[in-house]
Design a protein around this ligand. Structure first.
Ligand code: NOJ
Length: 751
């Protein structure tokens, strides 16, 4: 159940309002304590030998040349490493290459301080797991921790110390291309995932050879970009920041995350990279964040275009004074901090704090004991893409899939079929089906396509036909006739539709989120040709698929499912695995409904079909096509006997809620039992429902189970009128069901 994440905030509100963001005179008003490390003595000793240039060098991160993940700024990094001007690098991996780089830092620089090497290991390193939005649909926290653990094992076996993950930005707008990297729209569930991921990456001891430093990002509220356009302005209320966007970052801090990344956007007019309130007051003082803060890619430089700094000197001062420790790629700190210290715009103490935090991470990783500890050729050979990792990626993939529609139980297909046609732009397309941010994953040869997965599953027992049908961005119907021909010949059809790999992730916002190109048209033709057509969707965001829902008998959302996608889809399609995934982001009916999310407010005029003066559209329903928490199974689950152990509780008591769930269908299967709370009357308006608990159960056909939840004060507390966090007496409704549209409710009173 819910954790309490909160504090009293009147002072906070004041500091938000007052928070200055121009260069100060160098007198730190910030917390002047370092969070003392067990390596304190070593760090201080080392720092005492460092020149100011060498200190500033530690705050400087440059991009390597194995990947480009932003506007490229070339640094002559080899000479700069030797000169002690670089503390960290991104986008370099493999043991050979990282050994060479570490060697330059350790053997050729004056003080021999090892480099810190980071990379965007977002959903696996070489073994690619489903995209995070898909993984969230498993509702399986242990599984998400384990996939992060495996990603850390593989990344560390290739010389990496650090991942820029987890990305925990809550988002209610599927136009934003980066929804594929997060957990979806719910702050509470997103917080649980944030913790699981940090634990998975960092393990129990950062100094182990196979653990890596995590980085919570993008702080804060990056997912609230106006109109879903990446890098756009964020404009939100303090309440919305606290209620919706901050909880997952806080959860990551509670889990001991070692670093945090500033978001590109502004909050309340102040870019996050210059936001002293965010870093010094909230993260460090209130939340006790103990790691270091790095900017996002050139975010310091971008403060010039934001219009809060006239030049890179000012921008760099703003960032350091705000409590930012490391500058990603933009070179502002390297070029200007020395002068800023001389001028008194930044105190040397502020620089020292940043250096301390970065060195602390390096010590904690064990890089001073053995700088080459992650450069192990043996591990690189034996711990990457192992059969165990690949098998686990198949398990995660099938658990991530969400059955959206299954008319007349078209799925699962029988393995006794004589023929099957596999059609569509994603039917046999390794490159696109692995999704964005696939790190060092080899997208050309490694992913198992749907066609391959079907062939692996059916062997020689059936004829497997294939046709491309169409491409992503075309109006040409040249491939249709061949696709129709194979569809007509086959007993059943799998039609693989969706987005290409480059339509989601960073800088990939879309204003129209329909199936791109003429894929709907292809679907019409194929379904006409063969009524036993199941659509396999591969995509990085919720799409507007009302048309598909109208015409297709079955739709399986498989997202971008990673290395083993094709095998995992075949497991589901042929009934070796009964799908149990549930959406963590609403699917709108059309773009006009966005932002759309289940935990909205009621308004003063909630929709009443008998009263046109209530909140609605005249051209579309208010409800999403598929709500948060939704997903079908090959079997059916019936909920009954929702009960409370008492009708009233006080703040010191807990409440037991129970429900009986019965598998009434013909298959064994899993279900995510979800509990939502509605606070009927508060000093401020409250959402119509908020997720406060879930349990994943597995029932044999015909089996029943009683599922119990305990509700306590943590689950009922919220930010009250004065922004203090706590409960208010009054009535609450509890809903339990298989998705956020659950109607089954029961009421109790908090005295
Ligand atoms: C920019 C992205 O916003 C961030 O998420 C990523 O970690 C960096 N580039 C580094 O690639």
């Amino acid at each position: 159940m819910k954790n309490i994440f909160r504090f009293l905030f009147l002072s906070t509100i004041m500091s938000i309002v007052l928070c200055g963001c121009m260069p100060n005179n160098g007198n730190d008003s910030t917390s002047n304590n370092y969070t003392v490390s067990k390596y304190d003595k070593q760090i201080r000793e080392l720092m005492s030998k460092m020149t100011i240039e060498e200190k500033i060098g530690q705050l400087n991160m440059v991009g390597g040349d194995w990947d480009v993940t932003g506007p490229y700024i070339r640094a002559d990094f080899k000479d700069d490493i030797k000169a002690g001007k670089i503390g960290a690098m991104l986008n370099c991996y493999t043991v050979d290459y990282t050994t060479e780089l570490i060697n330059l830092s350790v053997d050729s620089s004056r003080l021999g301080i090892p480099l810190l090497l980071g990379y965007d290991v977002i959903h696996g390193h070489r073994t690619i797991f489903p995209i995070p939005l898909a993984e969230a649909c498993t509702w399986d926290l242990d599984l998400m921790e384990k996939s992060a653990r495996i990603a850390a094992i593989e990344a560390s076996a290739e010389g990496l110390h650090w991942t820029f993950a987890p990305m925990v930005d809550i988002c209610r707008d599927p136009r934003w291309g980066r929804v594929m990297e997060g957990a979806g729209e719910d702050p509470w569930y997103g917080s649980l995932i944030a913790k699981a991921k940090v634990k998975g990456f960092q393990g129990n001891d950062l100094s182990d050879d196979n653990t890596i430093l995590a980085c919570v990002k993008h702080v804060a509220a990056y997912g609230a970009a106006e109109a879903g356009r990446d890098y756009n302005t964020v404009n939100l209320s303090l309440r919305s920041l606290y209620e919706t966007y901050l909880p997952p970052y806080h959860a990551a801090v509670e889990a001991g995350v070692g670093s945090a990344m500033t978001a590109f956007n502004e909050i309340n007019g102040i870019p996050c990279t210059a936001n002293k309130w965010l870093w010094e007051d909230l993260f460090r003082k209130q939340w006790g964040f103990n790691g270091f803060v790095l900017t996002d890619y050139t975010a310091t430089n971008e403060m010039i275009k934001h219009g809060v700094a006239a030049n890179l000197y000012q921008a760099s001062v703003l960032a350091v004074v705000a409590g930012v420790d490391m500058d990603m790629v933009g070179q502002g700190f390297l070029k200007h901090l020395n002068r800023a210290v001389e001028n008194g715009d930044v105190s040397e103490n502020q620089v020292d704090k940043a250096v301390y935090r970065i060195l602390k991470a390096k010590y904690e990783l064990g890089l001073f004991d053995d700088s080459y500890k992650y450069c192990d050729k043996e591990r690189e050979k034996s711990e990457i893409m192992t059969p165990e990792h690949i098998l686990f990626s198949r398990e995660v993939a099938r658990k991530s899939m969400v059955l959206l529609k299954n008319k007349n139980q078209l799925l699962p297909f029988s393995k006794e079929i004589k023929s099957i046609a596999v059609i569509g732009p994603l039917a046999d397309n390794k490159f696109d089906m692995i999704g964005g941010w696939s790190a060092a994953g080899d997208r050309n040869t490694k992913p198992v396509t749907l066609l391959e997965g079907v062939k692996n599953k059916l062997g020689d027992h059936a004829t497997v036909l294939y046709a491309l049908g169409t491409k992503f961005n075309t109006t040409s119907t040249a491939g249709f006739s061949e696709a129709i021909r194979v569809a007509e010949q086959a007993d059943v059809v799998l039609l693989a539709l969706g987005e290409s790999n480059d339509m989601s992730a960073e800088a990939k916002s879309r204003s129209v989120i329909d199936l791109p190109g003429n894929q709907n048209l292809l679907a019409d033709e194929i379904i006409k040709a063969n009524k036993n057509t199941a659509v396999i969707l591969m995509n990085g965001r919720p799409l507007t698929i009302q048309h598909l829902d109208d015409v297709a008998p079955a739709i399986l959302e498989t997202w971008f499912a990673g290395t083993e996608a094709g095998n995992a889809i075949a497991d589901v399609v042929f009934g070796d695995y009964n799908p149990a995934g549930k959406l963590t982001m609403s699917f709108p009916r059309n773009v006009g409904q966005i932002p759309i999310y289940y935990n909205h407010k009621n308004t003063g005029r909630p929709y009443n079909p008998d009263d046109s003066w209530t909140s609605h559209y005249i051209d579309v329903d208010n409800s999403p096509l598929y709500p948060f928490g939704y997903g079908l199974s090959y079997t059916d689950f019936v909920y009954s006997e929702l009960k409370l152990d008492k009708k009233e509780i006080t703040e010191n008591q807990t409440l037991n809620v129970s429900v009986i769930v019965t598998n009434t269908g013909n298959y064994d299967g899993g279900e995510v039992v979800q509990l939502y709370i509605h606070d009927l009357v508060g000093s401020v308006t409250r959402p119509v429902k908020e997720l406060a608990g879930f349990e994943k159960i597995f029932l044999k056909k015909g089996e029943s189970v009683t599922v119990n939840f305990t509700i306590g004060v943590d689950d009922l507390a919220f930010y009250r009128k004065d922004m203090s966090f706590g409960t208010e007496p009054g009535e609450y409704d509890i809903y339990i069901g298989g998705n956020s549209d659950a109607k089954n409710s029961i009421r109790f009173l908090l005295n």
